[in-house]
Design a binder for this molecule. Sequence first.
Ligand SMILES: Nc1ncnc2c1ncn2[C@@H]1O[C@H](COP(=O)(O)OP(=O)(O)OP(=O)(O)O)[C@@H](O)[C@H]1O
Ligand SMILES: [Mg+2]
Length: 336
Amino acid sequence: MVDLQKIVKQINGIRNIYMWSGKGGVGKTTAAINLATWLAASGRKVAVVDTDSHPNTSSLKDMSKVREDRRYTLSDVIQREKPFLDAMYQVRNGLYVVPSETNIEVAKTHIIINEAQDVLLDRFYALMAQLAPPPEDPPFWQEKTYLAPHHLPPLAELSDLEMQAPPAYLEYIIWDFAAEPGALGKAILRLPKGEIWSPVLLEPYPLLAFAQMKQQTTQMFQYHPVERRPVLKGVFPFMLTHKTEKVTEEFAKLYLAHQDIFMHPIHNDDKVAATQDYYPAQSIYEVDQTSRAGREFFELAMRLDGYQGSFGKKTHCPHCEAIYEWARQQSGGEGA
Ligand SMILES: Nc1ncnc2c1ncn2[C@@H]1O[C@H](COP(=O)(O)OP(=O)(O)OP(=O)(O)O)[C@@H](O)[C@H]1O
Ligand SMILES: [Mg+2]
């Protein structure tokens, strides 16, 4: 017997985040992995779901370490009715990954051929029914007026046994989108309470793709009731450099158009590329927390979690500040 009340309560207690921006290679996977790791380090329980046929997020888990008859991916969840929890592997304390695979395309075809847009909705509700409610108290750091990475206790090492344990509860599900989400992405977008978070590369094609993504989403859900539409909740410039005037101009435009949901940018940082030298994949949390991108991902993750306090002056960028200031003057208001 399905306990509807429990499912509704679970859905209300969970953040359902789509890392999507409309274009390939703009940083969706990097953002998903790094934000998820910082959230887990802050004590949150987070699952990252890879939906891409280039399964980069999946490399958080070395599947060769999993018994062959227990190796499940998102494909099995969609095609074989495997519960989400069976395909969820703990990779850090509180951080879980649902891997994808190169032939996730078959799962997309499965959705199209069987007109199975509801397949993910079913699996999602089933997952909600299996999870315990998350704790209601806010984490200790939410109360702090000033927050730095060293305030968070280090992520505990996991034993092999712990790696096999499914989560008792989850506070975040982060879906790492493919550049072109297709049938699978569209099925995911129909899940309840979806929030889109977009890393935006300030170059012509990514900006165009971002605009198209917003338009596509609006069109797709124009006949749905408002509460059933995914909502754009966060926009942040990604791999930002301040090399050209054009970038400054695009930054200001993006900021003015999205002031309420504008998050501070993640700058271009070689340390991020260095995180990709590892298998299983590492995040900036492990590689260098004090790097610029390390601090910026930390701050972005905490803001995403709703932290309102201060981080001190450390990552303030004079170029960005000048753009905010200019844009505020343009709009004639106080701004963010
Ligand atoms: N802040 C950064 N500084 C420098 N390089 C970065 C930064 N963030 C990401 N990169 C690099 O940019 C590349 C693309 O990033 P990523 O794979 O996250 O994009 P994506 O949007 O997920 O791409 P796809 O659409 O192919 O899935 C990666 O090689 C990554 O190392
Ligand atoms: Mg990716």
